[in-house]
Design a protein around this ligand. Sequence first.
Ligand code: UD1
Ligand code: UDP
Length: 371
Amino acid sequence: MTIFGTRPEAIKMAPVIKAIDANPDTTPIVVLTGQHKEMLQQVLDIFDIHPDADLKVMARQQTLSQITSKVILGLDPVLDEHRPDLVLVHGDTTTTMAAGLSAFYHQIPVGHVEAGLRTWDKFSPYPEEMNRMLTDDIADLYFAPTQLSKDNLLQEHHPESRIFITGNTAIDALKYTVHADYHHPVLEAIPQGHKFILLTMHRRENQGQAMRNTFMAIRNVVLATPDLDVIYPVHLSPRVQQVAHEIFDDVEGVHLIEPLDVTDFHGLASQSYFIMTDSGGVQEEAPSLNKPVLVLRDSTERPEGVTAGTLKVIGTETEAVRNAMTELLNDQREYRAMSTAVNPYGDGHAAERIVAICRDYISGKLRHPGM
Ligand code: UD1
Ligand code: UDP
């Protein structure tokens, strides 16, 4: 049983669901918490996924306590009804942590896809760092995308025999979404000869002043650069929508649009000059799209991309954001170096590896952890 609830979990769980379905020994049960709604449905449509259950927990401006409690209570009857051999959760959302805990309460083993990412700062990103640590405490199987994430798990004394380096399923998902001859109507609003930056920003710890500071820097750079535009698919969170419209509505070169489905997002990303984001998933995808990324955060749990040269962590101070943008726009050497890195997050076959390990675990070829 895969349990997920937000856009990024769906994108990265989709290849796993396809691989469970393709394997003659396994059958997928797909459960949505519905932590997201429209932004989740977009992904289900693209990957043609039909859920077996949907808790529909989303509420406007939901709190973390509301999401957690609704997911745990909502999963009780679902887990009782299906009694899956294994529950798979993904990443670091509140759905991930609450679904893992719920499976544990039902004494159903848990596999954590994208295990072991750490910043070692429990408030950055918030609450994701704590969500992934708690999920790793609950999990029985760890699917670590890289050697570094495996090392993080070993440092916390999780058993090595249960940790598997698989690559990140984000790279598997790109096989379904990237098409060479891509076009989107928003491109018609960008004058000939202009470059454009693709922007996303949504994190809870950035909402408020950090988001304002960043948007002011972007606004100033666009106003001062005649041949530069920004395309920003704005997250549906009212806290993000409000600041984005307040700061960008009167700037002609900034195009605020609805969240894109993932095919559109990857299509526009591959035609952009570079990307600015505080997203986790986008940091993993960018090296495969050969795009530099300015990371709008103070730290990243994805340092592999920094080492590979694609990511630059620039924070959210107005001056720092402005300087980093100006440098990347003007320094061709830096631009070239950042756009030609090898993707450190895998070879696009993570999902098959994960499913083969799950099958061995369920059939008893891997020893059960004391239940
Ligand atoms: C959540 C995850 C975050 C992940 C992000 C991916 C938590 C605590 N946060 O943050 O880790 O990076 O998803 O995007 O798990 N909304 C809609 N429609 C949608 C989705 C959201 O209207 O389809 C609005 C609702 O008003 C909702 C708000 O956005 O209350 C915030 O959603 P929420 O899931 O709580 O937080 P995110 O910032 O999306
Ligand atoms: N994405 C998308 N449409 C958008 C913005 C992002 O499909 O308008 C995709 C992006 O390619 C990546 C994922 O959504 O796969 C990242 O989701 P998000 O930034 O919401 O969450 P995070 O990765 O930060 O948890």
